[in-house]
Every structure is written in structure tokens, then in C-alpha cells.
Ligand binder design. Structure first.
Ligand code: DNO
Length: 388
């Protein structure tokens, strides 16, 4: 695996010089200052690329060129936005960058109810709590018919927990869900959020899939001509939330996606954290199945709980078997003669990072470095064992 590390640009307290010290050779970043849906111009791309190269690394993956909501909805000026997307692809290729991660999640990107959930050892983790999500939808946002998406058991628990919450706990929950997560959407107010959600009224899974298919049929030929590998990020969490359809969460969804356009440029970001939050996904088997179409790896581990909640565990612990996952990756790398870019995804906030200011949730330095180091050791052990 080629080790990479995510960098959020000049405002990121984790600087390129720090990333270099992790041993990663590749940087994963985006032009975060360009508004979603606008063209990435050559001069801007080149500036960031030069910075990364000057720090002794390469720009291994773009994460992400975001997909404008109008494209997801196939409404408004979506044709113009698709034209911009194509131009951005041509421009990055001209600068020698050929790997793009993106997602097709409506309104929200990844979603958590807790951004600083305290673990037993006093470090903190990201958490998705089903009961808190029900509180948000049913009592804070008051979405029509939200109750229908929850079991009696969850609703009952939600009612009791909500009645005991302090106003600052309520605010914290709302902020965590509406917070613009790193490198993705902006912070949203409840009113704007509701308006955005309302745009998806009546949009079914099939509608959204057909919009994704349309988008891919437009951009994949351009990606192919420019030797670019597109890698869709799965939905996180891998389930419908807030009444929004989510369409990249299972093997069936990935099968559909790959047949929209049969091209090596139409690939997957295999995020073991996102896909691993669903017990239906057998990750080592899926890695083997999609071997030719996995272009990027996000490695992390979530611990699933009985009621559908989960939290982000240590990279080698949690509900997914990281040993089997890394072994499957190493085997396909050997068989196909490739080296897949991977980044240690999310990490606990721990040690000095607990005091650090302006850190990006999930993207503190030390927690991710710990994950990277553990996975590096695991990979070495597996390789030696397989005598590769
Ligand atoms: C979460 C990230 C995602 C990812 C986007 C890709 O930590 O993996 O936000 O960057 O979904 O477009």
C-alpha cells in the first residue's frame, strides 16, 4: 500500500512538514477554497501541487472534487455544473494528478452525533448514536413522519433521554450533526438544513441512482480520456438518514454503480469504516470481489452496537477484522502488480491533540499517526508471513 495522509490546506494545524514525519509519501487534499461546482483552474491546482512537492511528497489523491447538489438532484444549472466538473478533471490531469475521490450523498456528507465521545482512556472518538439521531430528527428538527423510521424501542429511549438533556447537551447534538465536516459541507443552520432536505422530498433511491448514472455517463468518458481514476466514497453511515436516500452502502449498490459505466475509471474508495458500519457488508470478500475497481483505501474500524449505533474504535479493533482486510489487500496488490493508495482514516483525539486548537474532527495528527503505524506494522507482518 502507498501510505498517504489527508491534509486540509493552509488552515490545517497538521502541516505538510508534520505529515512528512509520519512516513507517508502521499498527500490527500483538495482545493478547499474553491466553491462547490466551480472550475478548478490550472494555476490554483499547480500552487497546491508545488507546495506538496516542495515538502517532499506527491499529491496522491484528490479528496474531493465535490458534486454540486444540483447534479445530485438533476435540477437547476446541473448541466453547467457537470461542464465545470469535466473541465476540472481535464485541468488536474494536465497538472499530472489522476486520482479523484468524490461522493454522492445528499445534503450531508458523513454524519455523527458526537464528535468528542469520551473513551475509557480519556481520548475521544467520533460516534453515531441511533437514539441521539432519533432525538435530533423527531424532537429538534421535527421532521414529518420521522418516527416511522425508528423502532418503538428507539423512540421510547429517545423520549426519555431527550427529557433529561440539558440545553447545552441539546445544542451540542444539533451542532455535531449540522457542523460542516472537514473538507465537505459548510456549517448549516437548522432552517437552511431543512430547506436543503426538503429539496429531496419525493426523490427515491431509484431517482438518485439514475442521477448518479447520468453523471457518471457524462464524466467517466472524460476521466478515461485523461487517464483519471474516479473513486466514489460510500455513504457514511451506510443507511438512509433524515429521510434522505443513500445509494452507496452495500454490495448491491456497488454492483449497480459499476455497471452504470463499465470502465476502469469508474471505481471505488473502499472505506472500511463506512462500509463496516453495516454488518451486512463482508469487507474482505468485497475487497476480493471489487479488486480491479478499488482505487483508494480508507482504513479504520468501527465498533457496531446492537441498536444500530457505532463508534470509531482503534484501527485494529472494532467490529471489522483488520487482519483479514489488510491480507486481502496485500494479496490483490500482489496478484495485480499494483500498489493501492491508502490513508489511515479518522483517529482518536489523544495526547497533545486534546489541547490543540482548531483541529478537524477525526483528523488530528496523533490518532491518525497511531492508526497508520499500527496498519503499517500489520501489513509488514502479513507480507513477511506470506513471504512477499
Ligand atoms: C470522511 C471522509 C469523507 C470523504 C468524502 C468524499 O472522513 O472520508 O468526508 O472525504 O465523502 O467525497
Amino acid at each position: 500500500m502507498k501510505e498517504t495522509f489527508r491534509w486540509f490546506g493552509k488552515n490545517d494545524p497538521v502541516q505538510l512538514s508534520h505529515i512528512r514525519q509520519t512516513g507517508a509519501t502521499g498527500v490527500v487534499t483538495a482545493l478547499h477554497h474553491i466553491p462547490n461546482g466551480e472550475v478548478w483552474h490550472l494555476s490554483e491546482i499547480k500552487k497546491v501541487k508545488d507546495q506538496i512537492n516542495a515538502a517532499g511528497m506527491d499529491w496522491a489523491f484528490i479528496e474531493s472534487i465535490p458534486v454540486h447538489e444540483h447534479i445530485k438532484l438533476r435540477t437547476g444549472d446541473y448541466l453547467k455544473r457537470i461542464a465545470h466538473y469535466k473541465q476540472s478533471l481535464k485541468n488536474i490531469a494536465q497538472c499530472g494528478i489522476h486520482h479523484v475521490c468524490y461522493n454522492f450523498m445528499p445534503v450531508l456528507d458523513w454524519t455523527r452525533t458526537h464528535l468528542h465521545w469520551k473513551l475509557k482512556n480519556d481520548s475521544t472518538a467520533l460516534r453515531f448514536d441511533k437514539i441521539d439521531m432519533a432525538i435530533f430528527e423527531c424532537f429538534l428538527m421535527k421532521r414529518n413522519n420521522a418516527e416511522n423510521d425508528y423502532t418503538e424501542y428507539i423512540l421510547e429511549k429517545a423520549k426519555i433521554r431527550h427529557s433529561k438533556m440539558t440545553s447545552s447537551e441539546v445544542k451540542q447534538l444539533q451542532d455535531s450533526i449540522l457542523k460542516g465536516l472537514p473538507g465537505t459541507v459548510d456549517d448549516l443552520s437548522m432552517d437552511v438544513f431543512k430547506e436543503m432536505i426538503a429539496q429531496y422530498d419525493g426523490i427515491t433511491h431509484q431517482d438518485l441512482k439514475s442521477n448518479l448514472s447520468y453523471f457518471l455517463n457524462e464524466i467517466i468518458p472524460v476521466a478515461e480520456e485523461n487517464n483519471i481514476k474516479m473513486a466514489i466514497h460510500p455513504d457514511d453511515p451506510p443507511m438512509d438518514i433524515i429521510g434522505l436516500p443513500r445509494i452507496v452502502k452495500s454490495e448491491k449498490d456497488l454492483d449497480d454503480l459499476l455497471q452504470y459505466v463499465d470502465s476502469p475509471s469508474n471505481g471505488i474508495t473502499f472505506c472500511t469504516g463506512s462500509l463496516g458500519a453495516s454488518a451486512d457488508n463482508n469487507l474482505p470478500e468485497m475487497i476480493k470481489k471489487y479488486r480491479e475497481r478499488i482505487h483508494f483505501l480508507h482504513l479504520r474500524n468501527v465498533k457496531r452496537e446492537a441498536d444500530g449505533s457505532f463508534y470509531e474504535d482503534n484501527h485494529l479493533e472494532g467490529s471489522s477484522d483488520m487482519y483479514e482486510i489488510v491480507k486481502a489487500i496485500i494479496q490483490i496488490e500482489e496478484e495485480l502488480g499494483i500498489e493501492l493508495p491508502m490513508r489511515p482514516d479518522h483517529g482518536h483525539q489523544m495526547l497533545y491533540d486534546l489541547q490543540a486548537e482548531n483541529t478537524y474532527s477525526g483528523y488530528t495528527a496523533i490518532g491518525r499517526l497511531k492508526g497508520l503505524a499500527e496498519i503499517r506494522g500489520l501489513a509488514l507482518g502479513i507480507k513477511r508471513n506470506l513471504m512477499i
